[in-house]
Design a protein around this ligand. Structure first.
Ligand code: ZN
Length: 192
């Protein structure tokens, strides 16, 4: 799939918005991404997760895992296309990433860690640790969107369907403010 087609899908799915946005960090940006919207329609998740599955089809993946809530559906769909089981990690009462619901990773099992969008990679790192604690072998990390600008090293291969850099500006030096364009706060909680 070409980068153009990926961007087209993200715009069609309402994931990638263009305008003038106030981020929770207080910075302004001309783009905003709401990755959860990919999974609102099976046709988009099927196409994008299919691209991700292709990147790991020869890696011997035995189970796919992602951090809840954002990565539950991507874990499901990538695993479906790889023909493997899928599970998800979630935080316990102390905020530690853990396996619940009788999910387990067997010693030596080859595990693919997935996430919808990776920015700092914090949750992904916690899931990698969790897999290792359970004796699993992380074969790689995969995401739909990669916003790390190549600055994150997980110690295992990391592949993404769409590496993209989104510029942001301090409010007082924002070119969109200078152009008089009204700023909008996107309808979401935390911006990853
Ligand atoms: Zn602005």
């Amino acid at each position: 799939m070409t980068r153009e087609r990926v961007l087209e899908i993200l715009q069609e799915a309402g994931v990638l918005l263009e305008g003038h946005f106030l981020l929770t960090s207080g910075r302004h940006s001309n783009k905003y991404m709401q990755c959860a919207k990919i999974f609102q329609n099976a046709k988009y998740s099927e196409e994008l997760c299919g691209e991700l599955a292709k990147l790991y089809k020869d890696s011997g993946v035995e189970v796919v895992i992602g951090p809840a809530i954002g990565a539950i559906l991507i874990s499901y769909e990538v695993a479906r296309q790889l023909g493997t089981p899928n599970i998800f990690a979630e935080r316990d009462a102390d905020g530690k990433m853990t396996l619940r619901r009788s999910f387990e990773i067997k010693p030596g099992q080859k595990v693919l860690v997935v996430e919808d969008v990776v920015t700092t990679g914090g949750s992904v790192r916690e899931v990698i640790e969790l897999v290792k604690e359970n004796g699993g072998e992380v074969v790689g990390v995969g995401s739909i969107v990669d916003r790390t600008a190549g600055k994150v090293d997980f110690g295992v291969p990391y592949k993404a369907v769409l590496p993209i850099e989104i510029e942001s500006y301090e409010a007082d030096s924002c070119p969109l403010c200078k152009a008089g364009q009204p700023v909008v706060k996107p309808g979401s909680r935390k911006i990853k």
